[in-house]
Design a protein around this ligand. Sequence first.
Ligand code: SF4
Length: 285
Amino acid sequence: MKVISLAKVRDTIKDLVQKANFELQDDVVDVIKEMEKKEESPAGKEVIKQILENAKIAKCDKLGLCQDTGLAVFFVELGEDVELKKDDGLGSLRDAFFEGTRAGYEEGYLRKSVVEDPIRRKNTGDNTPAYIHWEVVPGDAFNVTFIAKGGGAENMSAIRMFAPAAGMEGVEDFVVETADKAGSNPCPPIIVGVGVGGNFEYSALLAKKALLRKPLGSHNSDSFYADMERRLLERINNLGIGPQGMGGRITALAVQVEAFPCHIASMPAAVNIQCHSHRVLSFSL
Ligand code: SF4
């Protein structure tokens, strides 16, 4: 049995949310630099230069990469052989995640972006609740991946329930149509997470999980879906939206697709759009 202290979880989360918001990870920077070389439009090139400069300043001065520091979304793999030690006044793992998020957003001067009710819109004031997806796994793993999800990109995401007859073409057209409709709203160049299969809610989760794949731009291990990713990236970059909608070749940095078994009568598909400010970071205890 591995014993993990809840205070340790809280403190690690506190540091994680800040580091993710201050430092664009190397794999993301590498893809952006690569795309800078490919961008043909002068305005688009200039935008990419500014994105890279912004990342340098944010890292150096410990400032948020963007004013929208996002909903705090966590994917947690919790081993069956992990024992959680309640300490420092923390009574549950959920408390540890919420406290860590609260403290990290406060200490890092990160914007609090959560309202307590979707209609009445009063800010909770501490960026909680965090959005946590738990998965119980065999063994003693404790793996956490954080993604800061800004509203501009999240708002442009979409889900559609297809009949199986729509086939691969139907799904691909839907992904391209979603990116096209999004235009400049999600601060391109974007990252496109696609979830195919599962059911209504599972496809949305798959699409978000697809965004977490590292290194950014790596392909699905199934060549069928890897080819789909390549085709979609090309089609989206042919839309001409360009960096920040200024026109150009580079509308997307990557398209990442995840698939899952589904009902014989259904073919759900979801597209979760992420902006260039791709703040994803993991830790294991
Ligand atoms: S979409 Fe991303 S880059 Fe644009 S404002 Fe939101 S978080 Fe910031």
